[in-house]
Design a protein around this ligand. Structure first.
Ligand SMILES: NC(=O)c1ccc[n+]([C@@H]2O[C@H](COP(=O)([O-])OP(=O)(O)OC[C@H]3O[C@@H](n4cnc5c(N)ncnc54)[C@H](OP(=O)(O)O)[C@@H]3O)[C@@H](O)[C@H]2O)c1
Length: 311
């Protein structure tokens, strides 16, 4: 007589998005990583909604099935995303079992992780050393990508300046990061006119342009004498840094200044996000956020450096 088979569970990604529409970007990355998976999506999600959805997705499949249900929290409202993450984790703590949570607000975590890791890779390759103690300026460092990059640089013990058109907005970001890392690593320079960029970049060894798409934040002439690495994450024309093309990857833009463009960062970003999803899918539980993203992106860079050194 045939033995009863244990149920086999399909991988399901449940997207909780704080925006009015769920971005197809991350759903496509998830489907490409797991072509047999399914996606359920919820939009305009707030921290008040999250527990109800979490309980409804945890119970029907039991503890074994829950291991195959993954939550992906997304959205461009960074503060609301953090609240939804908190509410989701709190709900899971009060349930008999939980599942893994991937957080990558509008790609901000994986993009910032890739951007910082790429600058680390060029610094190591060109003999400038690690990020510790480096002077870094993140232009427009208040968006999801810029503030996450500043957070990762600060955790790497770099000294970071972020710029913002609004001092109070920038200061709130800096205060939050400094409280998290337990040191005053991030300061703010208000930049409302292009001339003020010079003040923010005059000592910078690394400049990361993290502004909204289609806005140039740095001209060639504004690349400071101290600068060794300049990176841009904006792939929409006009690009963030004049003369830095999207596919430039460690290209010498001026003598001794190496540039990394948005698509060069984008390639590592996709690899990083895919690996985040794979790790979250392999583990029954856990939070997969910017720190995991940075570990993944930096590991990729370290592997490349080791391979180049072995040649
Ligand atoms: N390469 C990749 O793989 C990849 C992946 C995802 C996203 N991206 C790109 O990453 C960039 C940042 O994304 P995000 O979501 O963090 O951006 P965002 O929130 O739209 O904008 C970032 C910051 O840009 C500043 N800004 C907005 N409009 C401006 C203007 N007219 N002039 C000067 N500054 C302005 C704002 O800072 P203040 O208000 O504080 O001045 C804002 O906080 C975008 O270009 C996006 O397309 C790239």
């Amino acid at each position: 007589m045939a033995q009863p088979q244990p149920p086999s569970f399909k991988t399901v990604f449940v997207f909780l998005d704080t925006d009015k529409y769920c971005s197809p970007f991350d759903m496509l990355v998830a489907i490409d990583a797991f072509p047999d998976s399914m996606i359920f999506k919820y939009e305009n999600v707030t921290d008040a909604d999250a527990p109800k959805i979490v309980f409804d997705l945890l119970f029907p499949r039991g503890p074994e099935g829950a291991k195959h249900t993954k939550i992906f929290i997304n959205g461009s409202n960074f503060e609301m995303v953090e609240k939804v993450v908190e509410a989701t984790q709190k709900a899971m703590k009060s349930a008999p079992w939980g599942n893994s949570i991937i957080v990558d607000p509008r790609g901000g975590y994986s993009t910032a992780a890739a951007a910082v890791a790429k600058t680390f890779g060029v610094a190591m390759k060109k003999g400038f050393g690690s990020l510790e103690g480096k002077k870094v300026t993140v232009l427009a460092g208040t968006g999801p990508v810029g503030q996450t990059a500043a957070r990762i640089y600060a955790a790497e013990k770099a000294n970071v300046i972020i710029t913002s058109r609004a001092l109070a907005k920038g200061q709130a970001v800096a205060d939050k990061i400094n409280a998290e890392v337990g040191a005053k690593r991030v300061t703010v320079v208000e930049v409302t006119k292009p001339e003020q960029t010079a003040e923010a970049t005059k000592d910078a060894e690394i400049i990361l342009s993290a502004g909204a798409g289609g806005i140039q934040l740095l001209s060639q002439a504004q690349i400071s004498a101290s600068c060794k690495i300049v990176a841009d994450i904006n792939a929409i024309k006009p690009l963030g840094v004049e003369g830095l093309a999207p596919n430039d990857d460690s290209k010498e833009l001026k003598p001794g200044v190496y540039g990394i463009g948005a698509l060069a960062i984008g390639k590592l970003k996709i690899k990083t996000e895919t690996e985040m999803i794979k790790r979250a899918t392999a583990e029954p539980q856990g939070l997969f956020d910017y720190s995991i993203a940075y570990t993944i992106a930096k590991d990729q860079i370290l592997k490349k450096l080791a391979k180049a050194a072995a040649k």
